[in-house]
Design a binder for this molecule. Structure first.
Ligand SMILES: Nc1nc2c(ncn2[C@@H]2O[C@H](COP(=O)(O)OP(=O)(O)O)[C@@H](O)[C@H]2O)c(=O)[nH]1
Ligand SMILES: [Mg+2]
Length: 292
């Protein structure tokens, strides 16, 4: 057998990178991923750009970055459903590796931390590894004062609404995370920027870990975060809260579970109160219009 044949590795990881007008960030991102990962990975750009980003990705595909298989899903016009969230789900539908990482394409998520997320997932047998700005070693340096306040407020609000489901996640607003492909099974609604929040709320059973990272400032391109995204987040929270109640109609008396948070907590204390009391029994409970 010839020893000159190039070594081939089946990738264990797909990195989904949603992009909208990030042409200047593509090459630096791939260079940094290529030099920091020590196993093969697919990098899947799900692109909704109107600038030259897709052409730059095509150019990068021909450059042969070590250990990386670069792919592009470019969405046009009406295909661009759900913005960033829709892009991530469109990418997820095209993955087949055991691990999937989601990261921004603007270098605010340090590419070098992807290896740490994967390592944490494998070594701790976790289902979901969150890149967190709010644990020791992590920092949020990349948002201005107003957006930092909004981000922290959103975090507190989300954890107040879903205390049990978000237990162990200090940064549910993070856009940088990794999960076991097979562990994410629930249908999701492609809406807005908060995919991690939706995954965590819909899958309370996941084994979770956090890895600190420093969210840095953008150096090229512009943010697409808007006030409208803030409103979408509030709508997402309300919809998830509401559908959780619909899905569990046998809700105990308000005197015991007198707040949604208390109910959420009780629901997942199945070792204490027994899930048989709380499992859905009605028809149509697992249909796709349910959001939880
Ligand atoms: N495919 C796709 N990517 C998006 C969209 N909106 C933002 N992104 C990408 O999502 C990532 C995060 O967006 P960004 O504007 O940096 O948000 P910020 O970090 O909250 O300011 C970046 O890689 C963007 O290019 C969208 O509508 N579609
Ligand atoms: Mg950004």
């Amino acid at each position: 057998m010839s020893t000159d044949a190039p070594e081939t590795y089946a990738p264990t990881l797909t990195i989904i990178v949603p992009t909208r007008n990030e042409s200047k960030n593509i090459f630096p991102l791939l260079e940094r991923l290529s030099s920091s990962l020590d196993s093969a990975a697919v990098v899947l750009f799900v692109d909704d750009s109107d600038d030259e980003t897709p052409a730059v990705v095509e150019e990068a595909r021909g450059c042969g970055f070590s250990r990386l298989e670069v792919r592009l899903l470019h969405r046009q016009g009406l295909e661009r459903t759900g913005g960033l969230g829709g892009a991530v789900l469109a990418g997820l539908a095209r993955t087949s590796t055991p691990w999937v990482c989601v990261m921004d394409g603007d270098l605010q998520h340090p590419p070098e931390r992807v290896a740490s997320l994967l390592e944490a997932g494998i070594s701790h047998q976790a289902d979901l590894v969150v890149g967190s700005r709010y644990v020791a070693g992590g920092r949020n340096e990349g948002l201005g004062a107003v957006r930092t306040a909004v981000s922290l407020g959103s975090t507190v609000l989300a954890k107040a609404v879903f205390p049990r489901r978000l237990r162990g996640i200090h940064d549910p607003m993070s856009g940088f995370f990794l999960f076991r492909r097979d562990a994410v099974t629930e249908p999701m609604t492609p809406r807005g920027f908060k995919i991690l929040l939706e995954i965590a709320v819909r899958h309370p059973e996941l084994v979770k870990r956090e890895v600190p990272f420093v969210f840095v400032e953008r150096t090229a391109g512009t943010s697409k975060g808007t006030f409208k995204e803030g409103l979408r987040f509030l709508r997402l929270l309300a919809d998830m809260r509401w559908s959780l109640r619909r899905r569990h109609p046998a809700r105990p008396a308000p005197s015991i579970f007198d707040s949604p948070a208390a109910y959420d907590a009780a629901l997942y204390e199945d070792r204490v109160i027994g899930t048989d009391q709380l499992q859905p029994t009605g028809p149509g409970i697992h249909t796709h219009d349910e959001t939880l």
